[in-house]
Design a protein around this ligand. Structure first.
Ligand SMILES: NC(=O)c1ccc[n+]([C@@H]2O[C@H](COP(=O)([O-])OP(=O)(O)OC[C@H]3O[C@@H](n4cnc5c(N)ncnc54)[C@H](OP(=O)(O)O)[C@@H]3O)[C@@H](O)[C@H]2O)c1
Length: 235
């Protein structure tokens, strides 16, 4: 039986894929890598041959509530008697650099759906499995753009507003369930499709930091806003 069980959303590429790559290096981790289209997630599929521990690839389109709900049954059958130690809400979209008076209404609604409504529903329907586990950790992947205190300026208004909402959701989840450890986590500026080629960090650097933070969490950390280096960010 694996020591720790993990579910990652948005594992087809970027930071989700790198999380799966690093977690599957240890036979102690049972990893459930979710993505909206497993057949097309070729980079994720290739990790199966190198995985030292169990890797399950499960379809989950976070924009579709039916897909979210039906994934729970699949995950329950994979976990058997085990709970879910780490629920990692990583999947997100960014509609672009637009400022607060320039965004497309439809893009804002879609971003709200994927960046807040999806992690909220996923956390709700996976709660029994998280509560059944030893660690009981939920990680909501945020960004420094979700902070007002860091004063990051006018750009990426829609994306930033959704991530500020995700930060509030995290705070509320932590207050609602003191037995859980729920955090919001800024991965840094990373070279992925979202971060672009000029970003400061390679995916492996961000994920090494993220996993140090996440595996070191204690219940006293619940409700906090961390970055990948383990620093506390201002709301
Ligand atoms: N990269 C950065 O610099 C940076 C900075 C701050 C925060 N973040 C945060 O870090 C997380 C990962 O970002 P990233 O850089 O890895 O982004 P990315 O390279 O754009 O990858 C996004 C991932 O989310 C998935 N996704 C999008 N919509 C989905 C849906 N409806 N259902 C399921 N999966 C969906 C994508 O799947 P498909 O392949 O199917 O599209 C992809 O796997 C996000 O929460 C992001 O906001 C990133």
């Amino acid at each position: 039986m694996a020591t720790s069980t993990w579910l990652i959303t948005g594992s087809s590429r970027g930071l989700g894929l790198e999380l799966v790559r690093q977690l599957t290096r240890s036979p102690a981790n049972l990893v459930i890598a979710t993505c909206r289209n497993p057949a097309e997630a070729t980079a994720l599929q290739t990790l199966k041959s190198d995985a030292k521990g169990p890797l399950h690839i499960v379809p989950l389109d976070v924009s579709d509530s039916a897909s979210i709900r039906s994934s729970v049954r699949t995950v329950e059958s994979i976990l058997g008697d085990q709970g879910l130690d780490y629920l990692y809400n990583n999947a997100a979209i960014s509609p672009g650099l637009e400022a607060a008076f320039d965004f497309e209404y439809s893009a804002l609604l879609e971003t709200l759906k994927i960046n807040i409504a999806a992690p909220a529903l996923i956390s709700q329907v996976y709660l029994p499995l998280v509560e059944k586990s030893n660690r009981k950790v939920i990680v909501n992947v945020s960004t420094s753009f979700g902070s007002i205190g860091l004063d990051v300026g006018p750009l990426c208004a829609a994306y930033s507003a959704t991530k500020a909402g995700l930060n509030m959701l995290t705070y509320k989840q932590a207050k609602a369930k003191p037995g859980l450890t729920v955090i919001t986590l800024d991965p840094g500026w990373v070279k992925t499709d979202m971060g672009g080629p000029n970003a400061a960090l390679e995916p492996h650097q961000s994920v090494e930091g993220q996993l140090r933070v996440v595996t070191g969490l204690t219940p006293q950390d619940s409700g906090k806003y961390f970055n990948h280096a383990g620093e506390i960010l201002p709301w």
